[in-house]
Ligand binder design. Structure first.
Ligand code: FRU
Length: 505
């Protein structure tokens, strides 16, 4: 008996130890992002329901817990106190008889207009698309409808509304991804919905009854694919209100596959209007899709996207999980050559994981050892050709740079490592520089399997994922004869998962 107990205890100790080892191992797998959110296991796509409430940042996401490829969609959930460290929470929404839980948004219903709040609690109200796979199979067109769920315990548990769906399909195969905002001037809620090749706006005073207000975009912007995941919000440019409409599109992105375009203009509570003629992209790289902004953040606008591309997302060589999110980015707006452009840049909260770095001035080239995630910023004295190369001892490399002749930034991942999982993955991509600045100010956020490249205060942003067969260990910056780096800051970043690996039960 005694012996049995001892054996039992040893077994228990073994289990605990194994669990710790497993958890540590989990966040240290090859290609596991160290400063970006990724789910512990399984498939993830779009960010959903991003809302800030009582000092907690909520991130919900398209999630299929049973596989590493897309399937019946749930809403996964993660929370953060600082926008940097994330704790994964239980799955928030499961598919039901109305359908899978597709993309959507959450608002904090501060005035309890929905009457879902009890005893003074602020209800969180989620609006999302329910996609009925049976209806789709039967060849119906009305298989996407909008439903509601609410939470009165700050997002811990969710109740689906008994009268779902609240917005029925008028007869369109593409009728999805509601993003809700409060329009203070007209004291009403606005739903921005992706409806095939345009956006449709609906309004409501109680979040449950919706009337159609207008449509936008049938003949504007990029139309190489279906419109998805829109977001409408206002920004401030020196006292002037500028409205921004984000619209993701798949395929038809500037680099192939999926990407997110945006329009700047005006919104009067009913209609969105713009004088914009050219197509603008929030990120000119390959890997930033379905991004939207957090709600309930006051005048701050914080954006985050899915760091992948539908062209190859389901084939990337990760094992336990698939896909990560971009870093949360602060959005600002600026006028360049008479037109408004969105600028995106990593949130200031990232400073929490910055370690002591190196700053140097007046260099003709730079060569740094990479020992984990890092932030690299360099400023050139003039507009010049340059290249930044990450490489490993196997000779695999990822290159970003600028070509003065064509005035284009580029990213070349043709020799970046494992590239064979999809034939279009390894192309060299180019993007016209939009800026009137006479110096070049570049920031790279380097993680184990991604780089976010921010140039010209985030007006030109390129996100790129990669899968080297051995971690990149060096980063080099080079240029031509006249090349001078005015200043350089190399800042190692701490892994955001270290906390989890010790404290997780
Ligand atoms: C965008 C998207 C959305 C849809 C969801 C399904 O990536 O296709 O339009 O709601 O993904 O997972």
């Amino acid at each position: 008996m005694k012996y049995c107990c001892l054996l039992g205890l040893l077994w228990l100790a073994g289990c605990t130890q194994n669990k710790e080892m497993n958890t540590t191992h989990l966040y240290a797998e090859p290609y596991r992002p160290q400063v970006h959110f990724s789910p512990k296991k399984s498939w993830m796509n779009d960010p959903n329901g991003m809302v800030y409430l009582n000092n907690v940042w909520h991130l919900f996401f398209q999630y299929y817990p049973d596989s590493t490829v897309w399937g019946p969609m749930h809403w996964g959930h993660a929370t953060s106190k600082d926008l940097v460290h994330w704790t994964e929470q239980p799955v928030a929404l499961y598919p039901d008889s109305i359908g899978y839980i597709f993309s959507g948004s959450i608002v904090a219903d501060l005035n309890n207009s929905s009457r879902f709040g009890k005893d003074g609690q602020v209800p969180l109200v989620a609006l999302f698309t329910q996609h009925d796979p049976k209806g789709e199979k039967q060849g119906r067109v009305d298989f996407q409808n909008q439903s509601i769920a609410y939470s009165v315990d700050e997002g811990k548990t969710w109740t689906k509304y008994s009268r779902n769906p609240v917005l029925k399909n008028p007869g369109s195969k593409d009728f999805r991804d509601p993003k809700i905002m409060w329009y203070e001037k007209g004291k009403k809620w606005i739903m921005t919905l992706a409806t095939k090749d345009r956006v449709s706006f609906y309004t409501s005073t109680d979040l449950t009854q919706w009337s159609k207000a207008s449509e936008f975009g049938e003949s504007l912007g990029a139309h190489g694919g279906v419109w998805e995941c829109p977001d409408l919000f206002s920004m401030n440019d020196q006292g002037k209100t500028i409205w921004v409409l984000l619209v993701s599109i798949n395929p038809g992105g500037p680099q192939g596959g999926s990407a997110t375009q945006y329009f700047t203009g005006d919104f009067d509570g009913t209609r969105f209007t713009t004088s914009q003629t050219e197509t603008k992209w929030i990120d000119q790289g390959t890997d930033n899709y379905a991004g939207i902004t957090w709600s309930n953040t006051g005048s701050r606008k914080i954006f985050l996207g899915w760091m992948s591309n539908w062209q190859y997302a389901q084939a990337v060589p990760t094992i336990q999980w698939r896909s990560a999110m971009t870093i949360p980015r602060e959005l600002t707006i600026a006028q360049i050559n008479g037109a408004y452009y969105l600028q995106s840049f990593p949130v200031k909260e990232l400073a929490a994981i910055e370690e002591n770095g190196i700053t140097e001035n007046n260099l003709t080239r730079a060569d740094k050892k990479l020992q984990g995630p890092a932030k690299l910023r360099f400023v050139l004295r003039a507009i010049e050709n340059f290249s930044v190369t990450l490489l490993n001892t196997k000779g695999e490399k990822w290159i970003a740079g600028y070509d003065k002749n064509t005035d284009q930034y580029y990213i070349d991942r043709t020799a970046s490592g494992n590239i064979n999982f999809e034939k279009g993955f390894a192309r060299k991509i180019f993007s016209k520089r939009i800026s009137t600045d006479s110096v070049m100010d570049i920031t790279l956020l380097i993680d184990d399997a991604s780089i976010e490249f921010f140039a010209d205060k985030g007006t030109n942003t390129l996100t790129s994922i990669f899968f080297p067969n051995e971690k990149y260990s060096t980063v080099k910056i080079e240029g031509g004869n006249q090349f001078r780096i005015d200043s350089l800051a190399f800042t190692p970043l701490k892994s955001i998962w270290i906390k989890n690996s010790v404290s997780e039960k």
